[in-house]
Design a protein around this ligand. Structure first.
Ligand code: ADE
Length: 425
């Protein structure tokens, strides 16, 4: 479909629509599970007359999720969940090729970012999709007038789930939110393989450095950290992990990684990647120890993990945009520090985010959870909830089928054995 109807929108450049459409279709080819769901939605129209506001990275993969929901009858308004992750061609195509409202421009400032969230909320949504919890936060702080109309929503990422569980503990969350991030088919694959590959992709695109022979320091050994560490090791790096959790640190050790505190790792590393979800992971005491030419990238959701403000204030010289999304800070000791994507999440700021193949599962989880919420929301208390296990397993089954794999099945005797307790040695 090609439409020039002026959907309410604020995007950078409508002329990019044709290019965006080609890339959205390319991603769609690699999202077979979501396509299957979209075809069913198109027949059944489960979202007829349902308004959904979504605050997500405006990428070709998200575009395919939007198209599946639209096929199901939803009225949509999409805004960005990060100022640097918007793909302007994708935004243009969504508006001008597919007739979806989008409020997103790459490299928007903070005011513009929140203005876009507010614009996406102006449709008075019944359901929300969030990635990082900024939209839900806006609803609970400045758009409380809309709260009564909200039936529920889905949260995509670890950081958002952490914020929502805090809101739930404080009794602040006024409607049910579903932790899509916590499904196995999301975090075991998207966080691990998606963040792992796309973060290193960002380092390549930004610096074109060779990873083989380098010392890569990975801060945080959650699923994202594991992914980054594994990919860096596979490329020939020596990997050092920093952790505050003893079990995760042990896991890293037994996978063959060195575990050190950042105060020791800082002097040794060549490339530093933060994926902790916490602030000030790399700060003054570390910068001053780093080698000349150290490369820093953050793939945590917010730009708080690297103390960029300190670099800005204390560097002798800043050489902006030395290469694609790479700023160079020359410190007073003469050493140069290379910062990728301004310390914002590098995999979306300097590369294209997780590949469509893996987002296929995350966004199928989103689509099926939203469909389930249509009827389930009224029976759920305000607060954070899990995705029903059947949705998670269904997505895994569909993905396996799309990859040509076949599951084994239990014999009746095996089924009986697993469901009994009388057998001993
Ligand atoms: N988060 C990480 N990668 C993404 C992508 N490709 N699209 C949307 N959200 C993402």
């Amino acid at each position: 479909m090609s439409t020039t109807t002026a959907q309410k929108s604020d995007i950078a450049n409508p002329a990019l629509a044709a290019e965006g459409k080609k890339r959205i279709e390319w991603a769609g080819r690699n999202m077979p599970v979501l396509q299957q769901i979209k075809e069913r939605f198109a027949k059944e129209k489960p979202f007829k007359d349902v308004r959904i506001s979504a605050c997500m990275h405006v990428t070709t993969e998200t575009a395919n999720l939007m198209l599946a929901l639209k096929a199901g009858g939803a009225e949509l308004a999409l805004c960005a969940s990060n100022p640097l992750s918007t793909q302007d061609d994708t935004a243009a195509a969504l508006v001008h090729e597919y007739g979806i409202s989008v409020f997103a421009k790459n490299a928007i400032d903070r005011d513009g970012y929140y203005r876009h969230i507010n614009s996406a909320l102006d449709i008075k949504p019944q359901f929300v999709f969030d990635d990082g919890c900024d939209l839900v936060n806006t609803l609970h702080t400045t758009r409380t007038d809309l709260l009564d109309g909200i039936l529920g929503g889905c949260e995509e990422t670890t950081t958002g789930v952490i914020r929502l569980s805090q809101m739930t503990k404080d009794g602040a969350l006024k409607f049910p939110m579903i932790a899509v991030n916590d499904t196995d088919t999301k975090h075991m694959f998207d966080n691990r393989y998606g963040t792992g590959q796309s973060t290193l992709d960002a380092v390549f695109r930004a610096t074109n450095t060779l990873i083989a022979g380098k010392i890569v320091v990975v801060a945080g050994f959650g699923y994202c950290g594991k992914g980054v560490a594994e990919r860096a090791k596979g490329l020939g790096a020596e990997v050092i992990v920093t952790e505050i959790d003893p079990t995760k640190a042990l896991d890293a050790m037994m996978q063959g990684f060195r575990v050190l505190p950042m105060t020791k790792a800082a002097a040794i590393g060549d490339v530093f990647i933060t994926v902790t979800g916490n602030r000030d992971v790399l700060r003054e005491e570390h910068f001053s120890m780093m080698k000349d030419g150290a490369i820093l990238a953050n793939s945590g959701h917010f730009d708080v993990e690297i103390d960029v403000a300190w670099l800005e204030k204390n560097c002798k010289v800043k050489n902006s945009k030395m290469r694609h999304q790479t700023d160079e800070y020359v410190l007073k000791n003469g050493n140069r520090i290379l910062l990728i994507a301004e310390g914002r999440l590098a995999n979306l700021g300097a590369a294209e985010g997780h590949p469509a193949v893996v987002m296929d599962m995350s966004f199928s989880d989103q689509a099926l959870t939203a469909e389930w919420l249509l009827t389930a929301a009224k029976n759920l208390k305000p607060g954070l909830h899990n995705v029903p296990a059947e949705i998670d397993k269904d997505v895994a089954r569909m993905k396996l089928r799309s990859m040509g794999a076949e599951l084994d099945v239990l014999t009746p005797a095996q089924e009986l054995y697993l469901n009994s307790w009388e057998h001993g040695s």
